[in-house]
Design a protein around this ligand. Structure first.
Ligand code: FES
Length: 398
């Protein structure tokens, strides 16, 4: 998934007034709810955004816990539901969770690698009310798909794509791009066309989790990026409205940051497999945040009252140059996780912004990637549930 919430900023929505006299502002409901049902996953993707220390997290929530979360979040006004992981199909209560979400009136999107999907399961999920399936591929070639995930799953995914079509779901493909597959963009789009895709998300890697460990091996060169954009444009011209293609540019190549999550605590609420409530899926690593758990706290209190969700609301937390920047209402200072990983301080401006005093960290990473792009030996760290790797910020790793 991309790090931008797919629904608009909810500051105009009815909600509660949160904060002291100086920082009080209206907080809308958590319109976009993401349940990361499990960290279990049969794949070992090198770009996975799950935390690298997930082996240390507690046991998964029970079915009853998830259903309670759905009810509380819906009562608060949540409308969009993402079910992801890990691989959400690894939960054998997925159909039950979908069924309850459907009864409650959520629009339900399953974000899946496809592994674990069968004819029987897709029928059951359809009957339970699942609205939408987003299927990920790693590449258009079996070799690279299987290498990047360290599995033999390409054929299986092709079969799942056929199942999705056969059961009248819109065909929505997601391919995470990086140096090792970005030169195949044209072939990826042709594969999507062959599969009858209506929507394709070409999501350049966001560098959190396992992707952060592998950043220097995954960042594409600028020339690669330009070739991929040209190929996408050419393809769009040929297919017209038959396929919608979203090309998510890697923000390391930008000069203004993305409005990550439309600002933390604005519209997006993620629940990790162990019940930890997070204002973005990567926020668990941010120091100084006290993350509530749905086992002990209801969603209303989590959303409106908890320190973790209030910490980055409004602009009182911002440092310069964000605090006095006319664009702060547009990008909210960028991504807090990226600011932390790159500078060691989540209150700093996202260094993607060329007004940030730390912007040089981004340009240096891009320059380093250009230098090593031709190197033959690339040591990649594959996602592995047996190991726990602590997060290391930029200044300690270079
Ligand atoms: Fe952007 Fe966490 S990923 S704020």
């Amino acid at each position: 998934m991309t790090a931008s919430a797919p629904v608009g900023n909810a500051l105009d929505a009815p909600g509660a007034l949160v904060g002291g006299a100086q920082t009080a502002h209206v907080v809308g409901p958590p319109l976009w709810l993401l349940l990361e049902l499990t960290y279990r996953c049969p794949l070992h993707c090198v770009f996975c955004y799950n935390p690298t220390d997930f082996a240390n997290t507690g046991p998964e929530l029970t079915t009853a816990d998830w259903i309670r979360v759905l009810r509380e979040a819906r009562a608060l006004g949540a409308v969009q539901l993402g079910l992801s992981g890990g691989e959400p199909l690894a939960r054998d209560d997925l159909e039950e969770i979908v069924g309850e979400a459907h009864r409650l009136g959520f629009y339900i999107n399953l974000i899946t690698s496809g592994i674990g999907m069968t004819e029987a399961r897709i029928k059951a999920l359809k009957a339970a009310g699942l609205d939408h399936i987003q299927l990920s591929f790693q590449d258009s070639t079996r070799e690279m798909n299987d290498f990047l995930s360290s599995t033999r799953t390409f054929e299986l995914k092709v079969k799942v794509a056929q199942l999705i079509r056969a059961h009248d779901y819109p065909m929505v493909l997601n391919v995470v791009l990086h140096r090792l597959n970005i030169d195949h963009v044209e072939e990826i789009l042709v594969m999507a066309e062959r599969m009858g895709a209506q929507y394709v998300e070409l999501a350049n890697t966001q560098y959190y989790g396992w992707a952060w460990l592998n950043r220097d091996q995954l960042l594409p060169s600028r020339a690669q990026l330009q070739r991929a954009e040209t190929a996408t444009r050419r393809f769009r011209e040929r297919v017209g409205a038959a396929m919608q293609i979203y090309f998510v540019v890697p923000d390391y190549f930008e000069t203004r940051p993305k409005a990550c999550m439309s600002g933390l605590g604005s519209v997006f609420l993620a629940i990790a497999p162990d019940g930890t409530a997070l204002p973005c899926h990567a926020a668990r690593m941010l120091p100084g945040l006290e993350f509530p758990n749905v086992r002990a706290t209801d969603i209303g209190a989590i959303w409106y009252e908890s320190q973790a969700f209030n910490r980055f609301r409004g602009d009182a937390w911002m440092k310069e140059p964000c605090r006095s920047c006319p664009e702060k209402a547009k990008d909210f200072g960028g991504c807090r996780c990226q600011a932390y990983l790159l500078t060691g301080d989540a209150d700093n401006a996202d260094p993607v912004c060329d007004l940030s005093p730390h912007h040089e960290l981004v340009t240096a990473a891009v320059a380093r990637a250009e230098r090593v792009a031709g190197a033959r030996e690339q040591v990649l760290t594959f996602r592995d549930h047996r190991v726990s790797i602590p997060v290391v910020i930029e200044e300690k790793r270079t």
